[in-house]
Design a protein around this ligand. Structure first.
Ligand code: APR
Length: 308
């Protein structure tokens, strides 16, 4: 294949990303991890599924960044995951150190790549990768909004007993307790959910969405979600590699959009081969805008701890 995607971190999220990419024949994949043998083992296991699944893409497991050279996209999933009782912010000190080192390595070998960040706390990690890489902001993008919106979409579909694929939803803001679900932009085949559900049910679904990650952590006990996060990251990979111009909520660097500056936050963007083609500004109610402001303030407070 003439497309190459590196996935850094061969744990639950990274290995599932790699699997989804090759099974969709989107690109050849390099799966890299600090643990020796593990990415090689997972890559070989995946390649042995190719005859059965019928994909052509190749996957290589490695511990050597030289193998990542010339990647079109680098998906970074390395780092520790939450355990019950932890917030995403509790991961910051450890994951900042891990991701900083990784970004320094990958940009040496793939200076033209687009970076997709998955490691939490996502908004801060995206900002760190932007600053560390020296890449333009449209090429450093965080994955959170698609996941948060997917959770909201699923909860809406379950509540209304309608097909999940017919539900669209929008969630903006930071990837944490302050995220901002937007019911007025959430629809079932174009019908706003505000016409289909009473206010208190919508608020209950908003709340479950905000706590969606913690709900999974509470059930798994030993780690955090990976099926929906990997599906969401691969949606970004696909839109970029196929130049689809899909409008998707992603964590982007804001430079005045929505009245916010110098911060990474979840907003709708158009994703093409260039990365972020443009950020789309939708009208917000006063209440939604102040929730978005509060969410970006919470992200900024954590960015300040980076000291960069
Ligand atoms: N370089 C490469 N890989 C690393 C490094 C490093 N410096 N440090 C840790 N890793 C690898 C680990 O060896 C492990 O295989 O990152 C992987 C993380 O995998 P898991 O522990 O299974 O965690 P996962 O569930 O995949 O979550 C990873 O994604 O959604 C976020 O919050 C989540 O920050 C977490 C990240």
């Amino acid at each position: 294949m003439d497309r190459k995607v590196t996935v850094v971190g061969a744990g639950f999220v990274g290995a599932t990303c790699a699997r989804r990419i090759v099974e969709k024949d989107l690109a050849d994949v390099v799966l890299i991890d600090i643990v020796e043998g593990m990415p090689q083992g997972k890559a070989l296991d995946l390649m042995e599924s190719a005859p059965v699944e019928g994909f052509e893409a190749k996957i290589k497991g490695t511990n050597d960044y030289a193998d990542t050279a010339g990647s079109d996209i680098i998906v970074i999933t390395a780092g520790i995951a939450r355990k019950p009782g932890m917030s995403r912010d509790d991961l910051q000190a450890t994951n900042v150190k891990i991701v900083k080192g990784i970004v320094e390595e990958v940009v040496k070998h793939s200076p033209d790549a687009i970076l997709i960040l998955v490691t939490n706390p996502l908004d801060v990690i995206s900002y760190l990768a932007f600053k560390t890489s020296g890449f333009p902001a449209h090429k450093v993008i965080g994955m959170a909004g698609i996941l948060d919106s997917a959770r909201f979409r699923y909860f809406i579909s379950e509540e209304l007993s309608v097909a999940a694929a017919s539900v669209e939803a929008m969630v903006l803001g930071g990837h944490g307790d302050t995220m901002v679900p937007l019911p007025s932009y959430s629809t079932v085949n174009g019908i706003p959910i505000t016409q289909l559900l009473p206010k208190e049910r919508i608020e209950a679904l908003n709340d479950r969405t905000r706590k969606g990650g913690a709900e999974i952590v509470g059930l798994l006990k030993t780690g955090s979600a990976y099926y929906a996060p990997s599906a969401s990251a691969v949606e970004m990979v696909k839109s970029i590699l196929n130049d689809e111009n899909k409008v998707l909520p992603c964590c982007a660097y804001l430079d005045g959009q929505y009245g916010l500056k110098g911060v990474y936050c979840g907003v709708p963007v158009k994703l093409s081969r260039k990365g972020i083609e443009n950020i789309i500004e939708v009208d917000l109610t006063e209440e939604e805008q102040s929730a978005l402001n509060a969410s970006s303030e919470a992200v900024k407070a954590n960015i300040a701890k980076l000291g960069i």
